[in-house]
Design a protein around this ligand. Structure first.
Ligand code: SF4
Length: 356
């Protein structure tokens, strides 16, 4: 009798079937449903495009690699440069040292600031320690910081729509902490009390759900008709495009896999969106997180990846799916992204000699 155990499941479910870990007797053998499923599955993969790396992530990862090429190891990085486990591990293996705060970096050392942006106090601390700072803040986050300072300079109260504890929200709030009020949900937008409602502005985190943010803004505009927003949406092009692509593939899929780390805001929004559209979705770091029972009975698997997930993870996932019968791949392209950002000061002149 052959008994095989189910592998541990590491991915998080957004409402799917529970993990398959029951042994069962089939044709006189005790087998795990995991292995039985693998031999039964077949179907198509709908691959979303755009997906994966955005211009801000590409630039931030480049900045760390060029800093390593210029300065050698170690190069310190404040927080995860982007919210992806594989990217962080890869950079660690090349000599990057990740720290939580700039105050942990040895005096005079090189530090790269993450794509999510920082409060002004971080630059002050870095200056005090004589650190050589390479600022990889995404230019689209810097744009929000500039808007926050402009609103604050005009004496306005800022409603910041975003998620508490996210590094980007900490950085944006830090531009005008005494004037910023965080709103995380439509419920909070309905109940928030404002002392000077005629002198009110709003800004948003760049990686939110487009639909939920629109709802929050609508509620704020109803309650505070003179509220002023940014000249252009703060939710970035990459977040918008990846959500638009999920809106197309999710209704045609039986299950959607989103490649991204658990702390990646934009990746979480993709999985939630699919779920809201009625298609079970799972956020996974890579193919080893996928429980084959999630694919049971599926004819079409939707696949996308968050803005901080490198495309080689998608290729690995496609190979894994092909081995299990999902060999037909249809790419659904909504739009071509041509956004590129120039590299941060301090590494612009450095050629990238390291293979990624
Ligand atoms: Fe910039 Fe948007 Fe990418 Fe964030 S998700 S790094 S804001 S382009």
């Amino acid at each position: 009798m052959r008994i095989e155990k189910h592998p541990r499941r590491a991915g998080s479910a957004y409402g799917g079937r529970p993990a398959c870990d029951n042994l069962k007797v089939t044709k006189g053998q005790t087998v795990c449903a995991y292995h039985e499923l693998m031999s039964e599955m077949s179907g198509t993969v709908l691959l979303a495009a755009p997906r994966g790396y955005c211009a801000g992530v590409e630039r931030a990862v480049d900045a760390v690699e060029r800093a390593l090429a210029k300065h050698g190891t170690p190069v310190y990085v404040r927080k995860q440069i982007v919210h992806n486990l594989h990217v962080v591990r890869d950079l660690e293996s090349k000599g990057a040292v990740f720290v939580d705060e700039e105050t942990q970096v040895p005096e005079g050392a090189v530090v790269v600031l993450s794509a999510h942006g920082v409060a002004p106090s971080v630059y002050d601390n870095a200056n005090d320690r004589g650190l050589e700072v390479i600022d990889a803040t995404c230019p689209l986050v810097t744009k929000v910081h500039v808007e926050a300072r402009r609103f604050a300079a005009h004496g306005r109260t800022i409603v910041l729509i975003g998620h508490e504890g996210h590094e980007e929200v900490e950085g944006t709030s830090g531009q005008a902490p005494e004037r910023t009020i965080l709103v995380q949900s439509p419920e909070q937008a309905r109940s928030i009390e404002i002392n000077d409602p005629d002198n009110l502005s709003y800004l948003t985190q760049t990686t939110l759900s487009v639909d939920e943010t629109n709802e929050i803004v609508r509620i704020l505009q109803e309650r505070f008709p003179s509220i002023e927003g940014p000249p252009r949406d703060d939710i970035c092009y990459a977040t918008q495009n990846r959500q638009d692509a999920v809106k197309v593939i999710a209704p045609k899929s039986d299950v959607v896999l989103v490649i991204g780390s658990q702390n990646s805001s934009n990746s979480n929004r993709l999985a939630e969106l699919s779920q809201e559209l009625g298609t079970p979705a799972f956020l996974v770091d890579d193919e080893s997180d996928v429980d084959p029972s999630w694919l049971e009975g599926a004819g079409t698997v939707g696949l996308t990846s968050g803005a901080s997930a490198p495309d080689w993870l998608v290729h690995r996932m496609l190979a894994w799916l092909a081995e299990r019968g999902f060999a037909d791949v249809e790419e659904v392209t909504l739009t071509e992204e041509r956004v590129r950002f120039s590299l941060p000061a301090g590494v612009r002149e450095i050629p990238l000699a390291i293979d990624r």
